[in-house]
Design a protein around this ligand. Structure first.
Ligand code: ADE
Ligand code: ZN
Length: 347
């Protein structure tokens, strides 16, 4: 998408990044659970927490890798019990995202984390879906849901989860694949993804976050993933980089997540700029903002400051977000027009 756009001076970049309309395509709703809400929901549901205070819980957010984060993330999700809890969680995220001028959010949820605790699929999906609907009214943000299978569980369990979700099929637009990547390659889920595609669902998959480029190849060739979540390990495979660029397969990159989970412990070494400069359809996203220290605009301002990206990169990231989104073409073209207007205003 090389639509002409003005160059904006470096000192105006933070304001430009904040003001431009954006799509967030990689956000786990359970990862937007702020410690304050963890404690509020625990009190509401009569659950005892192992942390003495909000600060103690936040203090536990020191991760060495993906698994060390996931252990805490699944534990935190245990306070979500009632439809109202899922509603409050999603509405809080969407209000926060709208303040960052996110106009479109495609939200992952992990039903197996909840159904394994005896929570009904309908409880989860109805709460989240109602929040998406109300957020459009209250905050002017467009939001839809993507059901994500947990890859550390079996394909049979993914099939069972899909069966449970069929009665609420109208409430989600696609499926994804997340959780512990290493040792759980995409090939493990080839048949269930084929079934999801046959049902007309969009398909995306986490690949190449910690795992090797081979996992990205599998996500493309076996799962037919339309987008790759993370995908930052693609830089180690020249042929893969060429394919991703040539086929315009989007990567939903999450800078602060990669920093916190030690994929790039130093944000200055993050490869988002390199991915864009290599012609890839990379986007910027927050992943699990409550755990990784920042929502959309924090991700943008911090990675731009750390890696010296410019206003052309800002344009690319925003335009790629709309190109990669599963929203209606009429919406994406309107948002792209709004992006152009913001750049003109800053010029
Ligand atoms: N679930 C929530 N966040 C995740 C991440 N960054 N990678 C894999 N699974 C996740
Ligand atoms: Zn993720």
């Amino acid at each position: 998408m090389s639509i002409p756009h003005p160059t904006i001076a470096a000192e105006r970049l933070p304001a430009l990044l904040a003001a431009m309309p954006k799509a967030e395509l990689h956000i786990h709703i359970e990862g937007s659970l702020e410690p304050e809400m963890t404690f509020a929901l625990a009190a509401r549901n009569g659950i005892a927490l192992p942390w003495p205070s909000v600060d103690a819980l936040r203090g536990a957010y020191a991760f060495t890798d993906l698994q060390s984060f996931l252990d805490l993330y699944y534990q935190g999700a245990g306070v979500l019990q009632k439809e109202e809890d899922f509603y409050d969680l999603a509405l809080a995220y969407l209000a926060r995202a709208a303040r960052d001028n996110v106009v479109r959010a495609e939200i992952f949820f992990d039903p197996q984390t909840h159904t394994a605790r005896g929570i009904a699929m309908e409880t989860v999906v109805h709460g989240l879906s109602r929040a998406c609907r109300d957020a459009r009214e209250k905050h002017g943000i467009s939001a839809q849901l993507i059901l994500s299978f947990l890859r550390h569980l079996s394909e049979r369990e993914a099939f069972e989860t899909l069966e449970q979700a069929l009665p609420v099929r109208e409430h989600f637009i696609g499926v994804g694949l997340d959780s512990s990547e290493l040792g759980h390659p995409p090939e493990k889920f080839e048949r269930v993804f084929a079934r999801c595609r046959a049902l007309g669902l969009h398909v995306v998959a986490h690949a190449g976050e910690e795992g090797p480029p081979a996992y990205i190849w599998q996500a493309l060739d076996l799962l037919k993933a339309e987008r790759i979540d993370h995908g930052v390990q693609a830089v180690h495979d020249h042929a893969l980089m060429q394919r991703l660029a040539h086929e315009r397969i989007p990567l939903t990159v999450c800078p602060l997540s990669n920093q916190k989970l030690q994929v790039f412990p130093d944000l200055r070494r993050h490869n988002l700029k390199a991915l864009l400069d290599a012609g890839l359809v990379a986007t910027a996203n927050s992943d699990d903002p409550a755990y990784f220290g920042g929502y959309m605009n924090d991700n943008l301002t911090q990675v731009f400051a750390a890696t010296g990206m410019n206003s052309h990169h800002a344009w690319q990231l925003a335009a790629h977000g709309f190109e990669a989104s599963f929203a209606d073409a009429s919406d994406t073209s309107r948002w792209r027009d709004q992006l152009g207007e913001v750049f003109e205003r800053f010029a």
